[in-house]
Design a protein around this ligand. Structure first.
Ligand SMILES: [Zn+2]
Length: 218
């Protein structure tokens, strides 16, 4: 899953409008930000298996970012940091923790069994990647739904809707680019590509809200 994760970040914004969107977007991909870094360092591993449907990635070793205990630890840590950082914002910690953990649940739906229930063992994954069209429909459907909720939230707060469709368009373009760009077995290249993609979306989310005053984030 790629852009579908961002829907969870937008849902976090709807649940806690006083949080800026860009860290929520980062939270929705925090496990992959960690994965990209560890793949570049050679700690977590991937290989390409040509002919695998949906995604040719075989993510055969990622116990530190995509196992259930690791995901729970990352979520708890991010929640604690957020609760401290946004002390005056009720629910900030729990919303950020849930957005981080949503990544694992969504990966569980699409990944082939590569998510360890206990670090590198007991791997699970429902494998929706094996059905590329329904998988894509799910991702884009989630983004559309969350985007609709976000537009409604902005209108309610008396903000212009414009930046929301702009950000959704950016996500759609990134999804198309990821479809045609293919994957590589080179961990450094793959990690840089992922960090670049997530960096662009976080900048895009910041851009979408750059003219909103904090007071309008109710
Ligand atoms: Zn992931």
């Amino acid at each position: 899953m790629f852009v579908g994760h961002f829907a969870a970040g937008i849902a976090g914004k709807i649940a806690c409008p006083r949080l800026p969107l860009w860290p929520l977007i980062g939270a929705s991909q925090l496990l992959d930000l960690g994965w990209a870094t560890l793949v570049m360092a050679g700690v977590e591993k991937l290989r390409i298996v040509p002919g695998l449907p949906g995604s040719p990635l075989d993510l055969y070793y990622m116990p530190w970012t995509h196992s259930l205990p690791a995901a729970l630890l990352w979520s708890a840590a991010a929640g604690l940091v957020a609760a401290r950082w946004w002390q005056g914002v009720p629910r900030a910690g729990i919303v950020v923790a849930l957005v981080v953990f949503s990544h694992w649940l969504l990966d569980l739906v699409v990944h082939r069994p590569d998510l360890g229930l206990w670090f590198d063992s007991l791997k699970v994954g429902f494998g929706l990647w094996n059905l590329p069209q329904p998988e894509m429909a799910l991702e884009m459907g989630m983004v559309a739904l969350a985007g609709g909720g976000w537009i409604a939230l902005r209108k309610d707060a008396g903000l212009s809707a414009g930046p929301a469709p702009g950000f959704i368009a950016l996500l759609t373009v990134l999804q198309m680019v990821s479809l045609v760009s293919g994957a590589t077995e080179n961990g450094v290249q793959m990690g840089l590509l992922a960090l670049f993609g997530y960096g662009v979306t976080m900048v895009g989310a910041w851009w979408a809200e750059r003219r909103d005053s904090v007071a309008s984030r109710r």
